[in-house]
Design a protein around this ligand. Structure first.
Ligand SMILES: [Zn+2]
Length: 182
C-alpha cells in the first residue's frame, strides 16, 4: 500500500489465493471494466496450475487515484494473474460467474466515484476502507450463496440484483466517467 491519500489500491482475489508480488505489468494484461467488454476464457492466461477446488480464479484490482490533478477509479481484470482449469473452458455458467465478480468490483467502484465527485476534497480514508470491507463481504456472500456458480438458481438471482444495483449508480460508471473526474 502506497501513500493512502494519494493512491489507494484495492486488490481482490477470488476462488483461490494467489500470493503474487505486484509488479509492473504489460498494459495488455489489463482489461478495464466496460459495459461493452465481456470476459472470455481466453482472458484467463495465468500459466500456473490452479491449485483450488474451484474451476477458475479472477484477479481483479480497483485502483483509486486521489492526486489533486488526477482523480479516478479504475476497475481492472489482470489476465496473466487470472487462472482456469482446463475443463472449465466448457463451463459458460462459471465464466458468467467470474464476469459478475468483475461487475461487483465495478459496482463498488461506482460508490467510490460517487464519493470522490460529491466530496472532491475528501481525504477520509476510513470511508474508502468501509467500502472496501463492504465489497469483500458482498463478494464472499455472492460466492457462498451461489456456491461459486453451481447453484444456478441463486446465480440468476444474484445477476439480476447486481444488474439493478449497477443501474442505480449508472451515472458513476467507468464508461461515463472515464477521464471526467477532475
Ligand atoms: Zn466466485
Amino acid at each position: 500500500m502506497k501513500t493512502v491519500y494519494a493512491y489507494l489500491s484495492v486488490l481482490i482475489f477470488f476462488s483461490c489465493s494467489l500470493v503474487e508480488k505486484i509488479r509492473e505489468r504489460d498494459k495488455d494484461d489489463y482489461i478495464y471494466w466496460s459495459e461493452n467488454v465481456k470476459l472470455t476464457w481466453n482472458d484467463f492466461k495465468c500459466k500456473d496450475e490452479l491449485k483450488s477446488k474451484h474451476g477458475a480464479s479472477s484477479h481483479i484490482e480497483i485502483k483509486i487515484r486521489l492526486d489533486l490533478s488526477d482523480k479516478n477509479v479504475d476497475v481492472i481484470f489482470v489476465r496473466n494473474l487470472s487462472c482456469k482449469k482446463k475443463d472449465a473452458e466448457y463451463d459458460l455458467g462459471l465464466l458468467k460467474h467470474e464476469q459478475y465478480h468483475f461487475n461487483i468490483a465495478e459496482l463498488f467502484a461506482r460508490k467510490y466515484r460517487k464519493i470522490i465527485l460529491e466530496h472532491p476534497d475528501t481525504n477520509d480514508t476510513e470511508v474508502f476502507y468501509k467500502i472496501h470491507k463492504d465489497e469483500r463481504q458482498y463478494q464472499d456472500l455472492y460466492d457462498s450463496e451461489t456456491n461459486h456458480s453451481l447453484n444456478r438458481e441463486k446465480q440468476k438471482q444474484w445477476e439480476i440484483k447486481i444488474d439493478q444495483e449497477l443501474q442505480k449508480l449508472q451515472k458513476y460508471s467507468s464508461d461515463s466517467l472515464r477521464g471526467v473526474i477532475p
